[in-house]
Ligand binder design. Structure first.
Ligand code: ZN
Length: 315
C-alpha cells in the first residue's frame, strides 16, 4: 500500500509528497522537510506509537526527478495490525514497485492550498518578503482548506502530471480516472492534450516535447517540436515566460534551476502547462522585419501551472 499522504508533525496536518515538495521550494515559507517528521496517516495507527516511528521520503527535494516522489516505510517503521499502510513485503533493492503514481486526485484546484502552521520567512526588518497576500491576510473564501485538499484534491500541478506521466502506457486507466479542473469534469486522458492537437479544445493541459528553450533578455521562450496544422499549413508552437514573473515567483530558485538545466540539457524534455491556449499570431521575421509569419504562441501567466520534466516511458 502506498502512502497517499503522511502526517507532518511540524504542520499537524496530512500532506501529500507534492505538498512537501511545494513547501520545500517555497522561499516565502520557513520549511525544510529534513527537519520535519512524517508519520503514518492512519490516525489509530499513529496514536499507537511514539513520534519517532517515522516514514521516509523519496524525491522530496529534487527539482528534477524521474521516479515518482513518495513517502515510504523505513526498515524500522511499525504499523498496527490491519493498518493499510503496513507493507506486506520488503521490496528488493532496485525493485520498482513505486514507479507509478497510484493516487489520482479527482480535482486539480486552481487556488493554492494554504498551510496553516507555516511561518513566513522574515527578513531583518521584520517584513515578510513578497509573501503571498493569501497567506498573510488569512484564508480567502476560495482558498483550499486542508480537509479540502487531501488526498482527493490537489493544488499542486506536479501531482496530476505525475499521475499522467507515470501511467502513460496505461491508457485504459487514464481513461477511467476522473479529473475536474475549474468547472470542467473529464478524465485524465481527455484533459491532457498533445500540443499538436491544441485546436481540439480550449482549457486543457497541453504538453509536448521541447525543441529548444531560448534565453532572452526579458523572457524565456519554450519551442515545441511538433507543429500545429491549420489550413494544410504547419505552424510552430511556443510559450513565453516573462523573467519578471519568475523574479517575483515564490519558488524562484527552484524554477530557475529547472529551466536553466532544461535549456542546456541533452536529454529529451517535455513541457506541460495549464491556463493558456496558444493562439495564432503574426510575428515579424528576424531576417526581414517587414515580413511576418504565423506562429501559435501564448504567454504563461501562472508559473505554478507549468512544468518541464522528463517522461521516461516515452524514451
Ligand atoms: Zn500505519
Amino acid at each position: 500500500m502506498k502512502f497517499d499522504t503522511a502526517y507532518s508533525v511540524s504542520l499537524d496536518d496530512k500532506l501529500s509528497i507534492y505538498d512537501v515538495r511545494e513547501l520545500n521550494f517555497d522561499e516565502t515559507a520557513a520549511y525544510d522537510s529534513d527537519k520535519d517528521r512524517f508519520l503514518c496517516p492512519n490516525d489509530a495507527c499513529r496514536a499507537a506509537f511514539e513520534t519517532g516511528n517515522v516514514l521516509g521520503t523519496y524525491n522530496a527535494k529534487n527539482v528534477n526527478y524521474q521516479r515518482t516522489p513518495h513517502f515510504k516505510n523505513t526498515p524500522s517503521t511499525e504499523h498496527i495490525e490491519g493498518c493499510r499502510y503496513a507493507s506486506s513485503h520488503k521490496p528488493a533493492a532496485g525493485e520498482s514497485d513505486d514507479a507509478r503514481e497510484d493516487n489520482f486526485p479527482s480535482e486539480f484546484v486552481l487556488t493554492r492550498r494554504t498551510y496553516a502552521r507555516i511561518t513566513p520567512v522574515v527578513d531583518a526588518e521584520g517584513q515578510a518578503p513578497q509573501a503571498p497576500a493569501q497567506t498573510l491576510s488569512g484564508r480567502s473564501p476560495a482558498a483550499v482548506s486542508a480537509s479540502d485538499s487531501t488526498p482527493d484534491k490537489t493544488s499542486v500541478f506536479a501531482h496530476p502530471v505525475e499521475c499522467y506521466v507515470s501511467n502513460i502506457d496505461h491508457k485504459d486507466k487514464l481513461k477511467a480516472m476522473p479529473l475536474k479542473i475549474g468547472e470542467h469534469s473529464a478524465t485524465y486522458w481527455a484533459f491532457f492534450k498533445k500540443i499538436e492537437y491544441l485546436q481540439d479544445n480550449h482549457g486543457l493541459i497541453y504538453w509536448g516535447k521541447i525543441k529548444a528553450i531560448k534565453d532572452y533578455t526579458s523572457s524565456f521562450r519554450i519551442d515545441f517540436e511538433k507543429k500545429v496544422w491549420l489550413d494544410k499549413k504547419p505552424y510552430s508552437v511556443n510559450v513565453y515566460l516573462s523573467k519578471k514573473l519568475i523574479e517575483n515567483y515564490r519558488k524562484r530558485k527552484a524554477f530557475l534551476e529547472q529551466i536553466k538545466a532544461a535549456a542546456s540539457s541533452e536529454r529529451p524534455l517535455y513541457c506541460f502547462f495549464y491556463g493558456v491556449t496558444p493562439a495564432l499570431k503574426q510575428v515579424p521575421s528576424k531576417k526581414n522585419p517587414e515580413q511576418t509569419f504565423g506562429v501559435f504562441s501564448a504567454n504563461i501567466e501562472n508559473l505554478d501551472h507549468l512544468i518541464i520534466r522528463e517522461v521516461p516511458m516515452l524514451e
